[in-house]
Design a protein around this ligand. Structure first.
Ligand code: ADP
Ligand code: GLC
Length: 494
């Protein structure tokens, strides 16, 4: 990718701290963002280093990495670690925080293989936060000094507290909320093992209702707070979406802003996607049919020209409204719709989908698990994409589906409200309609909206318009990166 920045503007030095990064370690959208946003910054000529734990998948991917520093015993109970570095082809440098005792295990980044949180997460992500703070301070073992430390979600949000209580910062800090539901709560006693002073355990410190909260610490001490869409930035200041942190967010509203995520223009582009059966673009939408046939084959769905395929790729959780789809499924099946579902999560929801598939062979295709290539096929091969989230900080899948000519049906909340334009008379006329939205988090409201989508799908010329409207809008990080650059520049006075 060509690297450039506007002539005369100095490049920025950014340390991006994250607990996951696609394609190596990913449980959701944070992994995608942590790989694509730094790449977009590097493409503009900025110096970006991404600090991430040395999980087995990363260590295996980069056997030739270079050890560049050791982070000796940090006070508290955290293990020592090494820092190694590797430069990616896209210009981003990965800094791997290597600590075998914490990160080299089989299982997920946060949970073991049975879905239980790792019992030492407080230390694992305490170390990650402390290392991020160290690299952004006068005590850094590296010569490279960032101007901005960009923390993401609770796993790195303790870093600004370390910069406040324990270290001398050289960088301004940004804390991005990808999901306020995960607050990083731990017992009070953890303070000592994390090397935080007892006086930090106060209401304007790291204390949250008698617990330690990593995220609260970041929201309290970060120089700037961002979240991943303008609408979610407003919603989290309200009691109903605030998870108890709305008061603090209202208090800090002058440093809070919403910046919409982008789409990785390399990974999620139907014209070049290597994980789908046939590439296509806005002018060759007929080729999408090959992907529909391929998706049906993979999930055991019947080839029936009159049946729209409703796709879903999602964590199966209350947030994502999977239960609403299950509740609305029977009437949609009676009308001849088919389902192509990929996801994993709460066992009751997984079970409900399995049962539905058993009852409706050939019409409900379900894959429980995490499967990157099937995710791409669901985006490319479905007719309609479903995302009825109860709340959605940004949501990437609806943007992927817009880019893939698979109009989404979404609940109008958070980033879904900021990206999906409901089909109405006026939005059809002005060419902005790209999907279907509904307000109430109920099965009847979802059902009505999906029925509208199916009616539109049966009207081929109208459907093409909606598909094209979605595909024509550029959601890529090439544009989406600019507000971050502006924010970093404001912070550094550059
Ligand atoms: P969230 O981060 O809340 O889960 P997003 O829409 O921001 O939601 O991002 C989800 C990302 O994770 C997308 O890239 C999506 O394709 C991917 N994903 C979610 N579930 C699965 C799955 N079961 N298999 C493969 N990819 C998945
Ligand atoms: C979170 C949110 C999702 C967002 C993603 C990346 O997982 O649930 O809405 O798109 O982070 O920012």
């Amino acid at each position: 990718m060509a690297r450039r920045k506007a002539a005369g503007t100095p490049s920025l030095r950014v340390l991006f701290a994250t607990s996951e990064i696609a394609p190596w370690v990913k449980t959701g959208g944070l992994g995608d963002v942590a790989s694509a946003l730094p790449a977009a910054l590097a493409a503009q000529g900025h110096g970006v280093r991404v600090l991430v734990p040395g999980y087995p998948a990363l260590l295996a991917a980069f056997p030739d990495r270079m050890r560049i520093a050791s982070i000796g015993h940090i006070a508290g109970a955290m293990l020592p670690a090494d820092l190694s570095s590797v430069r990616l082809d896209n210009g981003v440098t990965l800094l791997l925080l290597e600590c075998p005792g914490y990160y080299e295990r089989l299982g997920g980044p946060y949970q073991d293989r049975t879905g239980q949180d790792w019992p030492d997460n407080v230390l694992r992500f305490g170390l990650l936060s402390k290392a991020a703070a160290l690299l952004a301070s006068t005590a850094s073992p590296l010569d490279w000094r960032p101007q901005v430390l960009h923390c993401n979600d609770w796993q790195t949000a303790l870093a600004p507290a370390y910069l406040h209580y324990r270290l001398q910062p050289v960088a301004a800090s940004v804390v991005t909320i990808h999901n306020l539901a995960f607050r990083g709560l731990f017992p009070h006693a953890a303070i000592a093992s994390l090397d935080l002073p007892p006086e930090s355990f106060v209401i304007d410190g790291v204390e949250f209702h008698g617990h330690l909260s990593f995220l609260k610490a970041g929201l309290q001490f970060g120089d700037r707070i961002t979240t991943v869409s303008p609408t979610y930035a407003r919603e989290i200041c309200e009691h109903i979406h605030g998870f108890g942190l709305d008061g603090l967010l209202r208090h800090r509203h002058t440093v809070l802003s919403g910046i919409l995520n982008g789409v990785d223009p390399v990974e999620w582009n139907p014209a070049t996607d290597t994980l789908i059966d046939r590439n296509y673009n806005l002018d060759t939408l007929d080729a999408k049919a090959t992907n529909k046939a391929g998706l049906r084959k993979r999930l055991g769905l019947l080839a029936d020209a009159s049946a729209p395929v409703l796709g879903m790729v999602s964590r199966m959780t209350h947030q994502k409204g999977c239960d609403l789809v299950i509740a609305a499924a029977e009437p949609l099946l009676e009308q001849g719709a088919q389902f192509a579902v990929l996801g994993s999560g709460e066992s009751l929801m997984e079970e409900a989908w399995r049962k539905l598939a058993e009852r409706h062979p050939g019409a409900v295709g379900v894959r429980i698990g995490f499967d990157e290539s099937l995710a791409h096929m669901v985006e490319a091969g479905s007719d309609v994409f479903l995302m009825p989230s109860r709340f959605e900080p940004c949501g990437l899948n609806q943007m992927y589906s817009l880019a893939y000519g698979t109009p989404p049906v979404v609940r109008a909340t958070g980033g879904l409200a900021d990206t999906v334009v409901d089909l109405t008379g006026p939005t059809r006329k002005d060419g902005s309609a790209n999907g279907f939205t509904f307000r109430d988090a109920t099965a009847p409201a979802l059902l009505q909206s999906v029925q509208r989508a199916i009616d539109a799908w049966r009207d081929a010329p109208l459907w093409r318009e909606i598909q094209r409207n979605g595909m024509a809008r550029d959601f890529s990080w090439r544009h989406a990166v600019q507000p971050y650059v502006d924010l970093y520049r404001q912070l550094t006075g550059a």
